[in-house]
Each structure stands twice: as C-alpha cells, then as structure tokens.
Write a protein that binds this ligand. Structure first.
Ligand SMILES: [Zn+2]
Length: 256
C-alpha cells in the first residue's frame, strides 16, 4: 500500500507529505514517518478557508503554516469553456468543492457567459493560453506572449480581475516561458495527478477514478478535462476522494 511513497519526489525540509493515515516529513535531511493518530490533534481539521497555501515545485500545494495537517487536494479543470462547464460546476457545488478552471479564450465565442458564470460561482478562472498552443514548440517569443496576454485580457474583461494562475497546454514550457508568466503576475502551475482522461480507457469509471487517486497525497494538484466521460465520472471521483478523508482547497486561499 505504501510502496509508492518511495517514488514520490522528496519534499523540501519541513514540508509534510500526508498519505492516508501516515505523515512523512524531512527534518535535517532525515525522513520521519508517523501515524497521524499519534500527532497532536490541535491542528487537525482546521477550517480550510482560513488556511493559506503556496504552490511548490509547480505541482504541489503546501500550507503556509506547516503545522496544518488537514488533508487537501486542489482540483483543476482544463480546456473550457464548453457546453459541459455548467454541469461540472453543479457537481463541484454538490461536493462543496472549489476549483481552478483553466480556460482557452478561443472557446469563449461559442460559450458566451460561461467564464463570467464560473467567476460568479466562486471558482477561479486561470489562463491556459488563447488557442491551446504548445508554447514549447513555438519559437517566436512574441507569439507566445500574445497567446498569454490575449487570454488574460479576455478573462480580465469578463471578470474584472486578471487571472492569478497559469497552466501551459500539454504541460509544455521552458524556463523563459515560466518567467514570462511570473512577470505577468501569475502563478505557474503543473499537476501531480490526473484522471489521464485523454486516454480512451478512462471512459470506464473505475479506470478514471483509479488513475486520478493513484499517488493521491495531501497537496496534490489534480488535472481533469471537460470531456463527456470526465463529466460522467466526476461525481464518483469526488466521492472517492472524500472517502479517503480529503477536502478541497479554495484557490482564493493560494497566496503564491
Ligand atoms: Zn489543455
């Protein structure tokens, strides 16, 4: 059951990794593993909306206050807006789950009003470039900058605020692209787990859910798309995540 922990990327000193009921933390370069039932419960189950989080290594969310032992995951939904966005949000709301919707501005003209509704419902709207361009393959920095700016401008025009989060299409980026994103005031984000819902066999509910919860740990960033089968399996996935004792991070509590 815990074999996969050895394959986890090592966390920086002092940042706990929580898997199921065990917590591991590196102190002075020594790995300490404890059963959570032996840890003081004072800081367990803190109310999520008062905890602040940081993105570390682009693919993990860690509490600013490392005493916080609440098991949390961050949900991210990519490639909208689409005709399924509203139903996805209905399911998220049913589970009291917040998420970041990483949108491509090019989709807005066919789904007008969806980005505004996303923001109104308390979800974060993130920049996923205007046209889902593979930025790593694009050599012209001006084109890259335009893809990013055009998406940010649209989001700002609709919601009134510029996006705080950015995800590169296909997870493809370079240090200079990441610097450009940061210089534009956004937090660059990859993911640590996904339903792999671009693969055909994830139309099967069991495959979809087991992909997504494989290696799930506190601070996981989960990637899900707006495919029909992702919508169909989302309720089951969230139920499975909650059965493992996790709650969801509100992106508005991510401070850097
Ligand atoms: Zn995408």
């Amino acid at each position: 059951m815990f074999a996969y922990r050895r394959t986890e990327a090592p966390r920086p000193n002092g940042i706990p990794l929580i898997i199921d009921n065990e917590e591991s933390i590196i102190k002075d370069n020594v790995l300490i593993v404890r059963d959570r039932s032996e840890i003081s419960t004072d800081n367990l189950n803190k109310v999520d909306n008062i905890d602040k989080y940081k993105i570390v290594d682009r693919d993990s969310v860690v509490p600013e206050d490392i005493i916080n032992k609440t098991k949390v995951v961050l949900l991210t939904i990519d490639d909208g807006p689409s005709k399924r966005t509203k139903e996805i949000q209905d399911i998220l709301n049913k589970h009291n789950a917040k998420a970041i919707f990483f949108v491509n501005g090019i989709n807005d003209k066919n789904h007008q009003g969806v980005i505004g509704e996303t923001y109104k419902q308390g979800f974060a709207v993130g920049n996923h470039t205007w046209s889902h361009l593979n930025l790593k393959k694009e050599k012209d920095m001006a084109t890259i900058a335009k893809e990013i700016k055009k998406d940010s401008d649209l989001i700002k025009n609709i919601t009134g605020i510029p996006p705080r989060f950015f995800r590169a299409p296909y997870g493809e980026s370079t240090p200079s692209i990441r610097k450009l994103v940061k210089d534009n005031g956004m937090i660059f984000m990859d993911w640590s787990g996904s339903a792999k819902d671009w693969e055909k066999d994830t139309k099967e509910k069991d495959v979809f859910i087991s992909n997504a919860i494989l290696n799930l740990h506190s601070g996981s960033i989960l990637l899900i798309h707006e495919h029909p089968w992702s919508l169909a399996n989302l309720d089951g996935l969230l139920t499975a995540i909650e059965a493992k004792g996790y709650s969801y991070i509100d992106p508005s509590n991510i401070i850097e």
